[in-house]
Design a protein around this ligand. Structure first.
Ligand code: SF4
Length: 85
């Protein structure tokens, strides 16, 4: 059994302060190329089944206010993906 196969290596967190923001939810849904966000009736939802598809593009960070979304590299001691300059 390989410890690396099928294990989640990325976590995505949406800050409580923006979780219910329907407009942001739509933006995130459109921004992420691998459908990690969905705009639900009650705001942003993270689709956990798709987390392993994350390509670290940073588009979700560009689409949201600073600190609203955190992409955490679990394989790298929990380092945060930084927004492109
Ligand atoms: S970094 Fe890119 S692929 Fe990963 S969650 Fe954000 S938008 Fe989606």
């Amino acid at each position: 059994m390989s410890p690396t196969s099928h294990s989640t290596f990325i976590a995505v967190e949406v800050d409580d302060s923006v979780r219910a923001d329907a407009e942001l939810a739509k933006k995130l849904e459109e921004a992420c190329p691998v459908d990690i966000f969905t705009a639900a009736e009650d705001g942003v939802q993270v689709v956990h089944e798709n987390l392993d598809e994350c390509v670290l593009c940073g588009l979700c960070l560009d689409a949201s206010p600073p600190g609203a979304v955190r992409v955490i590299k679990l394989y790298d001691d929990g380092a945060l993906l930084e927004r492109a300059a």
